[in-house]
Design a protein around this ligand. Structure first.
Ligand code: FES
Length: 263
């Protein structure tokens, strides 16, 4: 099948993650296998509106393909305005994903804002393959408590022996946890140097990477998922260039040493 022809996927569930963000569960109607890695993305089309790249939020170890979609424009609004039973187009998966075969067994996962959606795929992958990993810690920060994604899953991550730190920029009376930067969470973890997976705004990526390097992580073991404007998803349109790299094919995951100069 041409890489430009989308497969049809029915929406089977829609959960609200935050006031403007939804977790959408999909079932591919052709019943063909859909294999992917944490960190990859798909091109999602709303027929009649167009398509846009969306990170895969589910883990390939689980049955249902899930996408976390924030209202951010015409197409994402079109996706979240859909109902259960509606059909979307899916191309992909695209991009490289996290290089699990090269990553060390001790892993820290650090996310800020909506960038955490792609990291949830990796967290649940580790939960489901727990024996293959060592010490794992998750540090996640959002603007407010209402902006935190996947709150119902943190306990299951802790039960799998993962250190979970959550922080918000702005606390209120409903929030009893940390207030402040993701880097402050990292200070609380007992960490031995290993690999890291980071996604979030550039200022946060740089601050977390610096903190990890201070703790002995090598910059080539720190992997960053870069969000870039993508169009074709297959290396043809040049919309997604990061220096000499196509984010859609060479990325979206890069080792920090490759991209730190453009962050
Ligand atoms: S999105 Fe077209 S080249 Fe990367």
């Amino acid at each position: 099948m041409s890489e430009y022809i989308p497969r049809l996927a029915e929406i089977v569930d829609i959960d609200i993650e935050s006031p403007n963000t939804y977790l959408i569960s999909l079932k591919l109607l052709d019943n063909e296998n859909f294999s992917y890695k944490p960190g990859q993305f798909v091109m999602v089309s709303v027929f009649g509106l167009g398509e846009c790249p969306i990170s895969i939020t589910s883990s390939p170890t689980r049955k249902t393909l899930q996408l976390c979609i924030r209202r951010a424009g015409k197409i994402t609004n079109g996706i979240v305005d859909c109902r259960v039973g509606d059909v979307l187009g899916i191309r992909g998966p695209y991009g490289n994903g996290f290089p699990l075969e090269r990553m060390k067994k001790n892993i820290i996962i650090a996310g800020g804002g909506s960038g955490f959606a792609t990291l949830r795929s990796l967290v649940n992958y580790i939960v489901d393959r727990r024996g293959a990993f060592g010490d794992v810690a998750v540090a996640y920060g959002a603007r407010t408590r209402q902006d935190l994604y996947f709150m119902q899953e943190y306990k299951s991550w802790q039960q799998a022996g993962i250190d979970v730190g959550i922080t918000v920029d702005i606390g209120d009376e409903s929030w009893k946890g940390d207030v402040g930067l993701v880097t402050a969470l990292i200070d609380k973890f007992r960490l031995s140097a290993g690999s890291a997976a980071i996604c979030g705004p550039p200022v946060m990526i740089n601050a977390v990477a610096k903190k990890l390097m201070d703790k002995g992580f090598d910059h080539s073991d720190i992997y960053v998922s870069m969000e870039r404007h993508m169009k074709c998803g297959v290396g043809k349109c040049e919309h997604c260039m990061i220096g000499p790299y196509h984010a859609c094919q060479d990325g979206p995951v890069f080792s920090y040493d490759k991209v730190k100069s453009v962050l």
